[in-house]
Design a protein around this ligand. Structure first.
Ligand SMILES: [Zn+2]
Length: 317
């Protein structure tokens, strides 16, 4: 078991970030008909399955694997469906955008396709990092992004827990400009899968060891530090994959001020972050940052409710 754990610790990130993404590339570039693209669906299912198996074998925190105790599986599955559906819709809308912006030619379509995918990913990684950074600074964006940060644990599904409006902003700012510049639909499709796989790895509850890439990829421990509920300490490490952008921006932090425990994820003022998908969708319209937890999320004991009633009774006198 110990050797299997070591294999998972060291092999998980390369298998996902290189193996799975290469497979996605191969599926898209060797497709003869549009139906061949559907092989991406079992590939994504395999990526999620690999993450869950790796989390069992080599977890960061055993507590984060207890799905029934957290009670958020249903909401997370719905988020995953919403996210993947929205990504697919974005890719399907590309011909419409090409028609709307017919000044193609800036995108280097003559480059080998894998070079185009790498270029697209680098630009998207930078754009997502900037949107992410701004989402921690500006209230309207933070309200939307809070849906991603409110959860009390990190695991395979968390990467795609995003408010649909926030995901739309990500797509409009992060990837639509690439399409307007002429990024082909095939490249966009691979890019979408690569982003999903990166999000899975970034949030997995796997004790990932990155060897020489440690400190250069914003996953595992570095991303835990971004999710801590310790005041403003998590306002760092905004990158999707590379830490280079954070280092340029001065927002890179290599280590936390104290050891991170399984109970340190979330948002300080939202200790009772809702578990229902619908409640999470309306959260940005109810939650006012800095004004404490909205009353509808507060789980009061019968005694607290009775005292609140008593206070109201005396106030009426
Ligand atoms: Zn964030």
């Amino acid at each position: 078991m110990a050797s299997l754990r070591s294999i998972v610790r060291y092999g998980y990130a390369p298998f996902m970030l290189l193996g799975m993404t290469t497979s996605a590339y191969w599926i898209v570039t060797s497709a003869r008909t549009i139906y061949d693209y559907f092989w991406l669906a079992p590939l994504l299912a395999l990526a999620y399955g690999t993450a869950f198996a790796a989390e069992r074998i080599a977890p960061f925190f055993d507590e984060w694997n207890d799905h029934s105790q957290h009670g958020d599986t249903r909401a997370n599955v719905l988020h995953t469906i919403a996210y993947e559906w929205s990504s697919l819709t974005g890719v399907l809308l590309i011909p419409l955008m090409v028609w709307l912006f017919p000044f193609q030619g800036i995108w280097p379509t003559a480059w080998p396709q894998w070079c185009q995918v790498v270029l697209a990913f680098l630009i998207a990684d930078f754009a997502f990092m900037m949107i992410h950074y701004l989402s921690h600074r500006y209230s309207p964006l933070w309200r939307l992004h809070a849906v991603h940060h409110g959860v009390g644990r990190l695991y395979g599904f968390n990467g795609v827990i995003r408010h649909p409006l926030h995901q739309t902003i990500d797509m409009l700012v992060g990837t639509a400009p690439l399409v307007i510049l002429g990024m082909p639909q095939d490249v966009a499709l691979v890019l979408g899968v690569v982003i999903t796989i990166t999000l899975i790895v970034q949030h997995s509850n796997v004790d990932t060891r990155l060897g020489p890439c440690e400190g250069h990829l914003s996953i595992g421990r570095l991303h835990h530090l971004h999710h801590v509920n310790w005041g403003t300490e998590g306002d760092c490490n905004f990158g999707l994959l590379l830490t280079a952008w954070d280092k340029m921006l001065g927002t890179f932090k290599a280590a936390p001020s104290r050891p991170i425990t399984a109970r340190d994820m979330g948002i300080d003022e939202l200790p009772n972050f809702p578990k229902s998908f619908l409640e999470q969708l309306i959260l940005p319209f109810i939650y006012k940052p800095g004004e404490g937890e909205p009353a509808r999320y507060q789980q009061q004991t019968p005694a607290q409710r009775a005292r609140a009633l008593d206070k109201g009774f005396h106030a009426a006198e």
